[in-house]
Design a protein around this ligand. Structure first.
Ligand code: HPA
Ligand code: ZN
Length: 327
C-alpha cells in the first residue's frame, strides 16, 4: 500500500524525543550488569510488564528508575547511538534530542560525563549515518527554579554542545511561571527555548509558556483546542506543536488513537508535527507513530503526510539555508 510506504520512506525530522526515554529494557539490563547494579525487576519481561501507565506521573516514576543504570560516558554514548541507529532506520534526517541532566547529576553523575557521551554519539551519527542531531537541555519542573539555575551553571562550560532549553516532568502544579527567571537568562544566552505545555496541563499553561517563558515551540500542546483564542494565536504565529500520539494514548491523555486531535490540529492550520516522546516506553519509534496514527484517523492522507514532514523541518532549529534544502 502506498500510504504506509510514503510515511516510512519520506525524510523527516524528530523534534520531541527524550533520550532517556529511548532506553530499551534490554539496554537497561545490560547496563545494570556492566555497572554491577541490582534492578528491582527479575527479568526484561517483568520490567516491560510494569509499563502500564495511568497518567504522566506513573510513567515518570518508572522512567527515572530506568535512567538510574546510566553511570559512565560510555553508557550515555550507547543509549544515544542506539537511538540514532533506530532514527536512521525510520528515515529521520534530523533530530533535536532532549536530555534531563538533573536526573543524573542528582545521583552524583558529573555533567561532563553526560554531555560528552551524548555529544560523541551525535558526532559519530553525523559522520557515519549522515544524520544531523542537536541536544536540548530540559529542566525538571518538579524541582525548583534554583535547581534549574544550578544545572545551567554546570552546563555553560559546554555551551557549544547544546542548542536550547526545554521544560519537562510533571506538569500539574508546576506551571511555566515557576521558571520565568531562568528562561529569561537562557534567552539572554541566545539558547533556543521550548517547553512542555498542555499535555496534562490546561490551555493556560500554553499561553504562559509562550508569554512568560517566550517558548518558540510547544511540546505536546494538545489541550490548545479547548481555547479558540489560543488556536488563533498558534495559527497566526505558526507556533509549532510537537505532538506525540502514542505517548498521549499510553499516558491516557486520549482514550484511543482514534480519539486523538492531531487531524483537527492540522485542519485548523496549526503547525503540528508527529514525534515519539519516549519510544522505549510508549510502543514505538517515529514511523510507528505515523503509521498507527494514520490507520486510526482515516481523514489523514498523503497531503497530511507531506504537511507533517514539511512542518517537522520548518519547526526545527536548523539554519534557514539547511531548511531550504530539505523543504
Ligand atoms: N512529559 C513530561 N515529561 C516527560 C515526558 C513527557 O511526555 N517524557 C519524559 N519526560
Ligand atoms: Zn516529552
Amino acid at each position: 500500500h502506498a500510504l504506509p510506504e510514503l510515511l516510512c520512506r519520506m525524510p523527516k525530522a524528530e523534534l520531541h524525543i527524550h533520550i532517556e526515554g529511548s532506553l530499551e529494557p534490554e539496554l537497561i539490563f545490560s547496563l545494570a550488569e556492566r555497572n554491577r547494579l541490582q534492578l528491582p525487576y527479575p527479568t526484561i519481561e517483568a520490567l516491560r510488564a510494569a509499563y502500564a501507565f495511568t497518567d504522566l506521573q506513573s510513567f515518570l516514576d518508572i522512567y527515572y528508575a530506568g535512567a538510574s543504570v546510566l553511570q559512565t560516558e560510555e553508557d550515555f554514548f550507547d543509549m544515544a547511538w542506539a537511538y540514532l541507529l533506530r532514527a536512521k532506520a525510520d528515515n529521520v534526517v534530523h533530530a533535536e534530542i532532549f536530555f534531563d541532566p538533573q536526573t543524573h547529576t542528582a545521583r552524583g553523575i558529573p555533567f561532563v560525563t553526560i554531555i560528552n557521551g551524548l555529544d560523541r554519539a551525535i558526532q559519530q551519527a553525523r559522520k557515519e549515518l549522515g544524520i544531523s542531531a542537536a541536544l536540548i537541555l530540559c529542566f525538571l519542573r518538579h524541582l525548583t527554579e534554583d535547581d534549574a539555575f544550578t544545572v545551567l551553571e554546570e552546563a555553560l562550560p559546554f555551551r557549544d554542545k547544546f542548542i536550547g532549553i526545554g521544560l519537562d516532568s510533571g506538569e500539574k502544579g508546576n506551571p511555566p511561571e515557576k521558571f520565568s527567571k531562568v528562561f529569561a537568562r537562557c534567552r539572554e544566552l541566545e539558547l533556543r527555548l521550548v517547553a512542555h505545555a498542555g499535555e496534562e496541563g490546561t490551555a493556560e499553561y500554553i499561553w504562559h509558556a509562550l508569554d512568560l517563558l517566550q517558548a518558540e515551540r510547544i511540546d505536546h500542546g494538545v489541550h490548545c483546542l479547548d481555547d479558540p483564542q489560543l488556536v488563533t494565536r498558534l495559527v497566526q504565529q505558526q507556533i509549532p506543536l510537537t505532538v506525540c500520539p502514542l505517548s498521549n494514548v499510553k499516558l491516557c491523555v486520549f482514550p484511543t488513537l482514534a480519539a486523538h486531535n492531531i487531524a483537527r490540529l492540522l485542519a485548523c492550520g496549526i503547525r503540528a508535527t508527529i514525534n515519539s516522546d519516549d519510544p522505549a516506553y510508549f510502543g514505538g519509534y517515529l514511523n510507528q507513530n505515523y503509521l498507527e496514527t494514520f490507520v486510526a484517523l482515516p481523514e489523514l492522507g498523503a497531503a497530511e503526510a507531506y504537511r507533517l514532514a514539511r512542518n517537522s523541518f520548518e519547526a526545527s532549529f536548523v539554519d534557514v539555508e539547511v531548511k531550504a534544502g530539505w523543504i
